[in-house]
Ligand binder design. Sequence first.
Ligand code: SF4
Ligand code: SF4
Length: 223
Amino acid sequence: MVILPLSSDDIIVIAKQVGLDDVAIVAPCRLNEDARFMDDWVSRGLHGQMTYLERNREKRYDPRELVDDCRTMVIGLLTYEHSGHDYHRAVKSKLYDLYGKLAEYHPELLDGKQRIFCDSAPVLERRWAEIAGLGTIAKNHQLVHRTLGSWVHIGELMLPLALAERKADGAIHQLPCSSCSLCEDACPGKALSGEWNATRCVAYVTHKCIVCQQVCPLNNHVI
Ligand code: SF4
Ligand code: SF4
C-alpha cells in the first residue's frame, strides 16, 4: 500500500480531531520589526525582572535559529476550558498526538528533528499566532481569537518539512480598543496606561492576574 503525504488541509483537520481548538500552518522567518521593538524595549529596562529576554535574542526573533531545519510551524490554540490545571502538558500532549499522526504519513519525521513548545522556549508565540490568523493582539497584550476570545493557550510544533501555509480565520479586524479603556482602568499595576511596562504587570511576577482579560468585552461571548 502506498501512503501518500498529507496535505496542509489534512493536517488542519487532524489537528482539530486531536482536540486543538484552532490551528494554522505558517513558514518561519525572522521577525525584523519585533526584533527592533524588543531590542529597544529591553535596552530601556521595560522588561523588568524578565531578564531571560536579554538572552537568546536571535533564537527568539527567528525560529530557524532556535530549531535547526525548522521549515514549518504548526501553531495550535487550546482554550483554558480544555487545558485543565497543567496547560503546558495539555497543549503539548495534543501537539504530540498530531505529530504521531503526521509521522505515520511522513516517515522522514521519525528522525526526531521536530520540536514541540508551549510557553517553554524563546518563541514570540502571540505574534506568531497573530501572523497565523489565530487572533489579534489587543491593548491588553493578549491574543484575542474571534470566537474563542483571549482564554487560549498557544503551542507550536516545529517541523523540518516544508508545508504549504494555511492561515486561520480567527483575526478580529476592527478591535474596539481605541474607544475602550476597561483593561487600562482595571489593571492593578497600571501597566497598560501609556507604553507597555512589564515591571508594573503583576502577572509577570506571580502569574496570577487575569483582570485585563476578565473585564475585556471581547471575551463576553466566550466566558
Ligand atoms: S478591555 Fe477594551 S481596550 Fe482592553 S483589550 Fe479589551 S476591548 Fe481592548
Ligand atoms: S495581567 Fe493584571 S497586572 Fe498585568 S496588565 Fe493585565 S490587569 Fe494589568
